[in-house]
Design a protein around this ligand. Structure first.
Ligand SMILES: Cc1ncc(C[n+]2csc(CCOP(=O)(O)OP(=O)(O)O)c2C)c(N)n1
Ligand SMILES: [Mg+2]
Length: 562
């Protein structure tokens, strides 16, 4: 059966399979454990191999590339040390439902289980971090298992899969049929369930749609907005998924992230129907599981999710639908709208609350650098296709609250809360969409976790503009310290390098902004530079969130203790 196929090494078969699945870009840090794969890539110029500086950065890049394009992110790393570094991005892809195919070099088959050099049992290591883990022990099974990896990564609830590649297997030569491309498998909502949803919605007085999760194509986003507008239902989004519904539409009412507006939280509690589409309704989105009762949500909950095991897992829905988000959104958009819905005033007041929250309040007197004004300027400046990436930290409250997201632009952020995401995600997004404005928001803490990928950006021609919020501390943790242990600051002060000199050392455009009026010219110069840029923003440490100051927090905590 295989007589008609050429003899290829395991490494060549891996690359042939990647080509068959339409892979155009892969992210890597090299290792001697998978030299055959690297060598086969030498002959496959249609796959662009991005050479990264640390596997954590490479994994975040692949994850953000996948989020931005909807195609699986492909990552190649070496045995134990490479896999350990990469694990943060694999965990992030898992929590974020992002499809990834991770190829890890492994020791030779006849050395396994001796704790050979850099040997790790990847099935055990990645079992809680990946959707599927396997090892390819026979070169003739490379096409089969790589096909299974892609199918698994993209189907149902997408996620990362890990394949270990023993180095001697990569040298074996076999003739094998290479299959591809993968075809994502998603469930569709049933007609009876859609009719029941429509009946429940028509009976509601205060409905809310909550959108979230992965796999939202631009078309699916347009469909769910059409459904919401046709029925005049307010839509909010889950943590770091603000780009699903155009924030400028009258039906959009805000996000349920870490800094959710108290008025939105109160509104969800007051709602009599929640239609959750794609969102798991996880800990952050559910405001530490306080929004809905467990397991009885104490209101009508219609939960639509691509994975059966998420439905009824924490909350017991009135109606559960296992469906892909795009499949559901298309079907919902095609439903006849509810005639004369009763919740127009409910939707309008929710929108008015969201719009009121878009105006920053002045928390300290006349800060030299007014972040509220900087965000208002950026909100106007960023084009419809701008991509915003975000690290984890309190600074992220500024772009989350004051920017307005929409397609084809994107908001790419780790719902895993992984620091170090912002820079590599911006590099990955810029490589996926050269020519678009990509802005990466980072704290001074997160920036130095993976900032070395600026070197990758310069080497590969990516042009992210990185904004570093320099407040000289791990601000988020300092905030928690002031709340729990007021005045007892430990382990959270940072002494930063000279960010301007650092930018120059990389060959990036660099600027330091200490005053509001310096921001716009620095940003325009960064855009015009057409290379990676770092703009360091000197932040008043008092501005700990968009809603409160450090000393106000400390005073509140001290009063509560007294
Ligand atoms: C990899 C990782 N390590 C630690 C944490 C815990 N953590 C959450 S936010 C934070 C501080 C973030 O500091 P910075 O990036 O400077 O942002 P800021 O909060 O000061 O705005 C830390 C340490 C985390 N989320 N991820
Ligand atoms: Mg900081």
């Amino acid at each position: 059966m295989t007589a008609n196929f050429p003899l290829l090494s395991g490494g060549q078969l891996v690359v042939a399979a990647l080509r068959a699945h339409g892979v155009e870009m892969a992210f890597s840090v090299a290792g001697e454990s998978y030299l055959e794969v690297l060598d086969a890539l030498f002959d496959a110029p249609e796959i662009r191999l991005i050479t990264c500086r640390q596997e954590g950065g490479a994994a975040f890049m692949a994850e953000a590339y996948a989020k931005a394009t909807g195609k699986p992110g492909v990552l190649l790393v070496t045995r134990g040390p490479g896999a350990c570094n990469a694990s943060i991005g694999i965990h992030t892809a898992f929590q974020d439902s992002t499809p990834m195919v991770v190829l890890v070099g492994q020791v030779a088959r006849h050395q396994l289980d001796r704790e050979a050099f850099q040997e790790v049992d990847f099935r055990r290591m990645f079992s809680p971090l990946a959707k599927w883990v396997a090892q390819i022990d026979l070169a003739e099974r490379v096409p089969e298992l790589i096909n299974q990896a892609f199918q698994t990564a993209v189907s149902g609830r997408p996620g990362p899969v890990v394949l270990a590649l023993p180095e001697d297997m990569l040298r074996d030569c076999r003739a094998a049929a290479v299959t591809g491309p993968y075809r994502a498998v998603h469930a569709h909502p049933g007609a009876a369930d859609l009719a029941e949803m429509r009946r429940l919605l028509a009976a509601a007085a205060r409905p809310v749609i909550l959108v979230g999760g992965g796999s939202w194509s631009d078309a699916a986003c347009a469909d769910i907005a059409r459904f919401a507008e046709a029925n005049d239902v307010p839509v909010c989004c889950s943590f770091r998924r603000q780009d699903i519904v155009d924030n400028r539409l009258g039906v959009y009412v805000g996000d349920l992230g870490t800094g959710a507006a108290p008025s939105l939280v109160a509104r969800i509690k007051a709602a009599d129907l929640v239609l959750a589409v794609g969102a798991r309704i996880g800990e952050i989105t559910s405001q530490s599981y306080s929004l809905l009762g467990i397991p009885d949500p104490e209101k009508v909950l219609i939960h639509v999710h691509p994975a059966a095991e998420e439905l009824g897992r924490v909350f017991r829905p009135t109606l559960a639908m296992q469906s892909g988000v795009a499949e559901f959104a298309a079907a919902a958009a095609a439903l006849a709208p509810i005639p004369a819905p009763r919740w127009a005033a409910w939707r309008q007041s929710a929108r008015a609350e969201y719009e009121a929250g878009l105006m920053p309040s002045r928390l300290t007197d006349m800060p030299a650098l007014d972040l509220g004004l900087v965000m208002l300027w950026l909100r106007e400046r960023l084009p419809d296709d701008a991509i915003v990436t975000s690290d984890a930290g309190n600074f992220s409250g500024w772009p989350n609250r004051f920017l307005q997201y929409r397609r084809p632009g994107r908001q790419l952020g780790p719902t895993s809360g992984a620091m170090g995401y912002g820079v590599p995600a911006a590099v990955g997004a810029s490589l996926a969409y050269p020519g678009r404005i990509v802005v990466g928001f980072c704290g001074d803490g997160g920036f130095l976790m993976t900032g070395q990928e600026i070197a990758t950006a310069l080497a590969e021609g990516a042009t992210p503009i990185i904004l570093v919020f320099d407040n000289g501390m791990y601000g988020t943790i300092r905030m928690h310290q002031e709340r729990r242990f007021p005045g007892r600051v430990v382990g959270t002060d940072l002494k930063n390098p000279d960010f301007l000199a650092l930018a120059r050392a990389y060959g990036a455009y660099g600027a330091q902004v200490a005053r509001t009026e310096e921001f716009a010219p620095a940003f325009e110069a960064a855009v015009a530079a057409r290379r990676a840029a770092i703009i360091a923003l000197k932040i008043d440490p008092e501005m700990i969130t968009t809603r409160t100051t450090l000393s106000a927090l400390r005073r509140q905590a001290e009063t509560a203790k007294a």
